[in-house]
Design a protein around this ligand. Structure first.
Ligand SMILES: [Mn+2]
Length: 228
């Protein structure tokens, strides 16, 4: 089976409980569509678990993008091509819940820390998956500056991690194409911590890191929904 989760945000216990609930095995694949880090206390532990599973496929979120911009400079000694000074990026990141990620990564051994930073830098921008008649596009937030004729590989990472998908809008004409995204807690749209389906959009961020929120997981083969 193919499963998708998003916005785990450092909630290691919910992540582990979810793997147990879905009975995740070596025969399954799990796609994690961004925002593993920040806000919750144990992001490094989640990353270490994901890293050692060959059947977990990570897709980048805005929080990984922010974290990498700082971690690369702090721990890898890389200058990067950033035009913004690291102090400014650090401030933005800490205001967005980065302190827990920084603390969690600082607790690791140096070798583990570099492995985790390497792993974060390998997160892809999006994934596509065909199951039966359906085609799924897995992306953290959706498509900013969307045009139906624009190829997916043409979008810059910043256009894929900050946008807010509107479930009232059909982005792709083909009714067999489904965009699965996170980033915007469904509670803020529907008032419920439930996955939202609309016009080919599937929004799965049910706010795992918030007291009233839940971690959601969707099975793409059966469309069964799981909550922790
Ligand atoms: Mn996000």
């Amino acid at each position: 089976m193919n499963y998708v989760m998003s916005d785990i945000h450092g909630m290691y216990d919910k992540y582990m409980k979810m793997l147990e609930l879905i009975g995740f095995s070596d025969d399954d694949d799990l796609f994690v569509i961004g925002d593993v880090v920040d806000r919750g206390e144990h992001p490094a532990e989640i990353l270490l678990d994901m890293m050692r599973r060959p059947n977990v496929f990570p897709i980048i979120g805005n929080h990984e993008l922010m974290a990498l911009s700082v971690l690369d400079v702090m721990f890898s000694g890389e200058k990067g091509e950033a035009s913004v000074p690291v102090e400014a990026m650090l401030g933005d990141w800490l205001m967005n819940g980065g302190a827990f990620t920084l603390e969690s990564i600082a607790r690791l051994s140096e070798a583990q820390r570099l492995d985790v930073i390497d792993y974060l830098s390998e997160f892809v921008n999006y994934e596509t998956l065909d199951i039966g008649e359906k085609s799924f596009i897995l992306v953290h937030s959706g498509f900013e500056h969307f045009r139906p004729d624009r190829s997916l590989s043409d979008y810059r990472v910043e256009e894929l991690v900050w946008y807010r998908t509107n479930p009232a809008v059909r982005y792709f004409e083909d009714e067999n194409i489904f965009v699965v995204s996170g980033h915007t807690p469904t509670l803020t749209m529907s008032g419920k911590t439930e996955i939202i389906h609309g016009n080919g959009n599937i929004l799965i961020d049910c706010g795992a890191c918030f007291p009233e929120g839940r971690l959601a997981c969707l099975c793409l083969d059966t469309m069964e929904e799981f909550y922790v």
